[in-house]
Design a protein around this ligand. Sequence first.
Ligand code: FES
Length: 168
Amino acid sequence: MSCSVKAQDSKLSELNRFMDALKGASRSESNLIAILHKVQELYGYLDRDAMDEVAATMNIPTAHIWGVATFYHYFKLKKPGKHVIAICLGTACYIKGAGEILEKLKEELKTDIGGMTSDGLFSLEEARCLGACGLAPVMMIDGKIYGSLTPKKVSEILQGYRKRSSGE
Ligand code: FES
């Protein structure tokens, strides 16, 4: 069995344990939302197979689950890139040049907000204040904050990720 298949199995087992714990409780919408959060925590987005598993285990129509998922902007319906970049477009960052940083990111990544690079290495998202306004303009990659950005610094940071990725 390959490592990725094993990882998928362990995610599915953890999801099933989580759903088992909720089974006795009433099938309220908040339970479903908690399950969707769990799927996203495990997979990074709402994986189609995992969603089918939720529908079968909880005995809820798949269409209803997707309906709930698409109502909340928080849930990601597409698989993200290996590294998730969130560019802050909050007021402090915008005043300090986030627009220029965003243009640089789009040019480097050849994608737009909500998109992913063709090699799947990066996906690009926007954020509204990452809580680091003193470092504006700011972006976050996989939870790590990069501040006082300039277009040149953005290139260097992305280059660092690309180099590490090709050396893996
Ligand atoms: S506005 Fe960008 S970190 Fe606060």
